[in-house]
Ligand binder design. Sequence first.
Ligand SMILES: [Zn+2]
Length: 243
Amino acid sequence: MTTECGRCAGTPGWEPMEVEGVTRLRRCECWTAAHASAPSVPREFREARWATWRRTAENRHALAAAQAFLRGGEDGRDLLLCGPVGTGKTRLACTVLNESWRLGERSMAFARVPLLLYRLRPQAALETSETFDRLVAAELAVLDDLGSERDAATDYTRRTLLMLYEARHDAGRRTVWTSNKRPSEIAAFMGDDRLSSRLVGRCDVVGLEGRDWRLLARDAPAPDRRTDMGPALAGAQVEGLGR
Ligand SMILES: [Zn+2]
């Protein structure tokens, strides 16, 4: 809350207004702007912020990588958050959107890859180009859950994702991917390494390992799990792995 706001200096966050001779307070625009989340962010992650990220020894590096991504601006690298279900990759990707929104970015999109591929299927021609163009146009996009589509990728799936990523890259737009697979597994899943090689080439690849947050919530002691992602990511910029 800031007292720099002229509308609510005396009652931070609340703007006084006269209604029939009585002074009432309503939420000030400055408060609404500061607390808003990016519109495309799923409901469960609307409150996701750096400040609400549950920092653990196992995920500290991922938070640092996400913050570095946001600081990187136009010239920064993309980000691939990978790890098992429940490690917070989607939450962290949405935190990037929300924090970016707070900083004034308004051109952003969030899409779950399995649903996106369904929307972009050849039979849905009418909707297809609109969805595709919207995702290309967003300055910042989160493409969530790559590699969790139910059926192994078809030719069409491979081409669509590759074209989308190429178009975004050519336009200088930045992308955060999340996946429950490592790049080598994405290549195997797609039967094609074109997308995975571009991911490795353009992204900081960050493994979110360690404890499942839902287990953590029950305070279950968890073993010190380590990742074997290292060899699969040879040549990639890998953070937080192999420690
Ligand atoms: Zn205000």
